[in-house]
Design a protein around this ligand. Structure first.
Ligand code: NOJ
Length: 597
């Protein structure tokens, strides 16, 4: 099994001599096609951090673009206005006899979604926007990565992809027509600050773009949910000082965050600082990004220094946001409307964490139980303990890693991170990837959610195709337990499933539209997960206030490019035409039958 090898490296954990190995393999997931042997893993070129001068002129911007190289211009450069209303086809015929599987509207029909539930879809700027060099945007590290040898398996770049930068009105109207009431998207930092830094000029065109986009969402009845950072680091800050591997990033990020808060305060009610920082910080230490690390940082230490800087940037942004206009020096307490009003900040803020708490491979085996705890600490606790429970790294991490790897927080930083005890709400996501690990029976393996005994050999759930099977399995039967475990360890008053989604097997290889739109595996994934979410709300009393299907439409899936498709809508990459898949129509049918008005 491909991933057994990968996980063995995680498995033999934590003797002093072995932690380097574990650190190096800290994590690759989310379309990181690290298992593709044919892909080169060297040959990336990046100017040594500090070698490009901070020249904030048009010529300075061009010098940064030179690091990327030429980009493809989009076929048009004005915002298209869709013809309304958008025609939504009626529900497709039932997939199965009803005794086998109910149609979406008949899934647990008595259980309803709570009032005000955000039934959303999600995207991220690099993955959908295109127009990478238009309207003053600076280059990002993903513009660069797409051009490095082996950076992306099929050489997809973000140059055009879905061209949502100019097609956002159509995209918003199309999901509104389904009844979807929220869209979680990210803002590209390099569109607002092409040079990234706090002392560099703001790009008004970028600010205006997102302002219009937010207004259009509101006008269309689709709530804008905004993430400040979804991995598309401005190339400038990487070139100036090594990006998130340097502590210099903190002030620059906080400045960017404040600029955005100020611009859209009142129109955006749910904010995220960082998307899946653990995954991001793992990328940073790996090829080809490891060609651009801050002085003194290497591939092994990079993920941890990055995590440290991300957490400080998160705390700084949240504190900055809230202390701007008020006597309150602490973070938002979700339950406290008064505090919100007093601070004149309307909204809630958190980071999007990911991953799962596992189950021991062999119940009652102390090695396996310890492995579950290590996994939970490194892959969730690393960001959730500091922000939700202790203000600090999990003890397992500090017991394992010296400060040269894992910088320690000062008492003041801990206080900042934590704020009041209930200050953040976790936005847990990705229950779908609960189980990468049907493993061999090595001791001390990180085993997650494997309910069968170690000799049974069953996968925890079906996986889409060889490309994604190392990290993606559909496991609805483990979802509720996963969510309960998260709530037990990091209690909160409100939870969002800030992403969930699935790749349809071999969809990228299909050419006939009627086969592409029949995305049965993805549909089953969404329907089974949503049914279990209803049960989690009603039977487990979990405070789930929204779900966001990944993704609103096909898009550039990071290192997998267009070879892994997550969209509930197909995109024709010649014409840019969008088509609803069965999953989109099923989500619509499910929502209409379960919404409470
Ligand atoms: C998580 C990431 O946030 C998103 O960017 C990615 O495309 C999906 N998961 C699928 O891998």
């Amino acid at each position: 099994m491909i991933h057994a090898t990968l996980l063995c490296k995680f498995g033999a954990l934590f003797t002093k001599t072995q932690f380097h190995e574990r650190v190096d393999n800290y994590l690759f997931s989310d379309g990181m096609a690290s298992n593709f042997p044919a892909q080169p893993t060297s040959g990336a070129s990046f100017p040594p951090p500090g070698s490009i001068p901070r020249d904030y002129s048009p010529a300075g911007l061009e010098e940064l673009w030179d690091v990327v190289g030429p980009v493809e211009a989009p076929p048009f450069t004005t915002t298209r206005v869709p013809e309304l209303p958008i025609a939504v086809p009626s529900s497709p015929p039932a997939l199965y006899p009803s005794w086998f599987a109910p149609s979406p509207k008949d899934i647990l029909p008595k259980l309803k979604l709570p009032k005000g539930f955000k039934f959303g879809v999600a995207t991220a700027s690099y993955q959908v926007e295109g127009a990478v060099k238009n309207e003053g945007k600076g280059p990002t590290m993903w513009d660069w990565n797409g051009r490095q040898p082996g950076g992306v398996v099929d050489n997809t770049t973000g140059d055009i992809v879905d061209l949502q930068y100019y097609l956002y009105k159509e995209d918003v109207a199309r999901v509104a027509a389904l009844g979807i009431n929220a869209h979680s998207f990210s803002i590209s930092w390099a569109r607002i600050f092409p040079f990234g830094t706090a002392d560099s000029p703001v790009n008004e065109a970028g600010l205006n773009h997102y302002s219009d986009l937010i207004d259009y969402h509101i006008k269309s009845g689709v709530e804008p949910v905004v993430t400040l950072f979804h991995w598309d680091t401005p190339l400038a800050i990487q070139a100036y000082y090594g990006g998130f591997t340097s502590s210099k990033v903190v002030d620059d990020f906080v400045n960017y965050a404040k600029t955005v808060f100020k611009a859209y305060n009142g129109r955006v009610k749910t904010w995220y600082t960082f998307n899946e920082p653990r995954v991001y910080c793992s990328q940073v230490g790996g090829y080809p990004f490891n060609a651009s690390l801050a002085p003194g940082i290497n591939s092994s230490t990079a993920p941890y220094h990055c995590s440290y800087n991300v957490l400080k940037a998160h705390a700084g942004a949240v504190k900055g946001m809230l202390s701007r206009s008020s006597p309150f020096k602490r973070y938002v307490e979700l339950s406290s409307e008064t505090a919100f009003r007093a601070m004149k900040i309307q909204g809630e803020i958190a980071l999007k964490n990911d991953d799962y708490v596992g189950f021991p491979w062999r119940a009652n085996n102390t090695d396996d139980i310890a492995a579950v705890e290590r996994h939970a600490a490194f892959r969730i606790g690393s960001f959730s303990d500091p922000t939700y429970t202790t203000g600090d790294w999990p003890k397992i991490m500090t017991d394992t890693l010296p400060p040269s790897y894992l910088p320690r927080f000062t008492p003041a930083e801990k206080k900042d991170l934590l704020g009041k005890r209930t200050s953040y709400h976790p936005l847990f996501r990705h229950a779908q990837r609960s189980h990468q690990d049907h493993l061999t029976s090595l001791p001390s393996m990180l085993i997650a959610h494997m309910l069968f005994d170690s000799n049974a050999g069953w996968a925890a759930g079906p996986s889409p195709d060889p490309l994604s099977e190392a990290w993606l399995q559909a496991t609805p039967n483990f979802l509720r337990e996963s969510l309960r475990e998260l709530q037990k360890r990091w209690p909160t008053k409100k939870m969002y499933i800030s992403e969930f989604g699935f790749v349809e097997p071999f969809e990228a290889q299909r050419t006939e539209l009627f086969r592409i739109t029949e995305d049965v595996t993805r549909t089953n994934y969404f329907m089974t997960y949503l049914g279990e979410i209803l049960r989690a709300i009603h039977e487990d009393k979990l405070p789930i206030a929204g779900t966001f299907a990944w993704a609103m439409l096909d898009n550039a899936e990071w290192n997998s490019g267009l070879s892994a498709r997550f969209g509930i809508q197909h995109v024709n990459y010649t014409t840019l035409e969008r088509t609803y898949k069965r999953s989109a129509l099923s989500l619509s049918e499910f929502y209409k039958a379960h919404v409470q008005t």
